[in-house]
Design a protein around this ligand. Sequence first.
Ligand SMILES: Cc1ncc(C[n+]2csc(CCOP(=O)(O)OP(=O)(O)O)c2C)c(N)n1
Length: 328
Amino acid sequence: MAMTVTELEERRLTHDPRLQYLHDMWVIRYFEDRVKALKAEGAIAGSVHLCSGQEAIYTGACAALDLPRDAVFCTYRGHGWALGCGVSAFEMFSEMLGRATGTNGGRGGSAYLSSPSHGMWGENSIVGAGAPIAAGAALAARYDGSERVVLTAFGDGAVNQGSVHEALNFASLLALPLIVLVENNRWSELTPTDTMVTNDRLFKRASAYGITSARIDGNNVVAVQKAVTEAARRARSGAGPVLLEAMTERLEGHYIGDALTYRSREENERMHADEPLARLTAELATSHSTTELDDIRRAALSLVEEAAAAALAAPTADPATAEEHLYA
Ligand SMILES: Cc1ncc(C[n+]2csc(CCOP(=O)(O)OP(=O)(O)O)c2C)c(N)n1
């Protein structure tokens, strides 16, 4: 039987996962843009670290994991991980705006949010501290029958922390189901990575621990999805940890407020030419119409705008509950 145009559209959407990735990456980009604006208006308290430019890592990796069974541990630059895990933009905005409807009742804010029911086990603002915690969760997964794979993500600067190396040794020795994903955006706060290490091919360090590792194109969502799928298969089979160094770009400053005076115009131009949304859109334009791709972008923008409006209208956390969840 001949298919209708709508059925054909549906088939294409389901058969080309890149269209879904494009949508999900736009959601992250627009989410970050809106967070930046809300912070400028004074609506968000605390420090905020945007992940714009690194969307392909979150979208590709989360598509490869079995969420919420698997677990993600990330850093303060974690909005994209949470959205990738399926936490709603409404809950995320709510959390940052101090609303009772936030992932953590408005108590965690941008840098400390978590949602274990989505497989998003938490951000961590202590550089390198997530790795041993994730190794512990991977050890627990060995005994709890969940067959869970744990992913820990951190920046290139964190690779110089002792805690990361303790975790790598421990995970290798016990062949833990751990994926170590280094988001190499080439900057550690305001310092270029290659001025801090003698060998800036960071993935090479994993071989000292007997860990399989590779450098991947972190701005190519399909490349990330494939690499993490293979890493997860390997980790789940009992073959031990995998370290992936995903090369990417941090389009914004280290935190909102960073004047970015240390970056040249040439570098900015190069980064924007190579950023993942521009690349995926150009790639898809060879097989999809501009209208179709623009509809996907606008759908993501509407989703974000509606979520922000709903969160702004939600009640703030009740001061009477301030002592809840305190265990001191
Ligand atoms: C143990 C520790 N030392 C120093 C800091 C201050 N600090 C916050 S972010 C950061 C840079 C981290 O860079 P990188 O690991 O490359 O991650 P990115 O911010 O690029 O995502 C530093 C040094 C900290 N939070 N924790």
